[in-house]
Design a protein around this ligand. Structure first.
Ligand SMILES: NC(=O)c1ccc[n+]([C@@H]2O[C@H](COP(=O)([O-])OP(=O)(O)OC[C@H]3O[C@@H](n4cnc5c(N)ncnc54)[C@H](OP(=O)(O)O)[C@@H]3O)[C@@H](O)[C@H]2O)c1
Length: 260
């Protein structure tokens, strides 16, 4: 992770959960930060805390990234403020739990805009500058569900498979330009994600929930090392490994158990 020291990082979804934790961990490495999300007060109080604790500059940008054109607008704001982004962390995301047809179409569109279109556009725009400088780091926050079908999280798991495939492809394309890209694929993590999604995690499944600190650290460490993807936690690593031996239709059954 030390390789990231002092580099300027832009984090989407920095107002809570994994994004907020990454902000704290990068601040400890003296990285100037650009914190992005919709909730301005959360971003402002994190900025205040991190600037006081570490001698770094923190910029906040409040923007709804599920709106068409928001990636370009965010990129333009960074240009106007002469912020050179060395590390792009595409983390903002959410899901709604339930059968696809019981969830409004607008919610699916919002998820796709945020986690497919905006994520791709931000990656494109900022990576172009990194390519010119011959150095850069891009993290795409995917999910364990990127590896398997997820009934009751159908659109979400398809979206996360997109992020995983994108990173695994670009890791080779970007190699010649010294731009590193990693997909972080967490399993259950203690953040506001479950509240937003409405999924109830009970009983034994609670034991598998990881802290956002360890998930975030695993992502940043893998990014610094240039790994194409990382699954934090031994249990989840073993699950992904085991999936290789399970036929696709049975994977959907496992996915259903994990996501019910
Ligand atoms: N927690 C888990 O179990 C888990 C597992 C696998 C993958 N993930 C992934 O991890 C990432 C981070 O989620 P989290 O677990 O940290 O959940 P979280 O605590 O709910 O954080 C989500 C972040 O995304 C931001 N966000 C959501 N919609 C946005 C929008 N339209 N525009 C801008 N920002 C938006 C939120 O900020 P505002 O509301 O202030 O905009 C918030 O900062 C997501 O991509 C999620 O899919 C989470």
């Amino acid at each position: 992770m030390n390789r990231l020291t002092g580099k300027t990082a832009l984090i989407t979804g920095a107002s809570s959960g994994i994004g907020e934790t990454m902000a704290r961990q990068l601040a400890a490495l003296n990285c100037p930060l650009v914190l992005v999300a919709r909730r301005t007060e959360r971003l402002e109080s994190l900025k205040l805390e991190l600037e006081q604790k570490h001698s770094i500059k923190v910029t906040t940008i409040s923007i709804d990234l599920s709106v068409a054109g928001s990636a370009q607008s965010l990129y333009d704001q960074c240009q106007q403020q002469q912020l050179q982004i060395d590390i792009l962390i595409n983390n903002a995301g959410f899901a709604k739990h339930g059968y696809m047809l019981d969830i409004p179409l607008e919610t699916h569109q919002e998820m796709m805009q945020l986690m497919v279109t905006t994520l791709t556009e931000l990656t494109y725009l900022f990576s172009q500058d990194m390519r010119q400088r011959k150095e850069g780091y891009v993290l795409l926050v995917s999910s364990l569900l990127g590896f398997l079908p997820g009934p009751q999280f159908a659109t979400y798991s398809a979206i996360k498979a997109y992020a995983l495939n994108l990173a695994d492809s670009l890791v080779r394309e970007f190699q010649q330009d010294n731009v590193r890209i990693t997909a972080l694929c967490p399993g259950g993590t203690a953040t506001e994600f479950m509240d937003v999604s409405g999924q109830k995690i009970d009983g034994i499944r609670n034991l598998a929930i990881m802290s956002s600190e360890s998930v975030s650290r695993a992502g940043l460490t893998a990014l610094a090392k240039g790994k194409g993807n990382v699954v934090p936690g031994l249990l989840y690593k073993l699950s992904v490994f085991g999936l290789r031996f399970v036929p696709r239709n049975l994977q959907a059954v496992f996915g259903e158990l994990a996501t019910k």
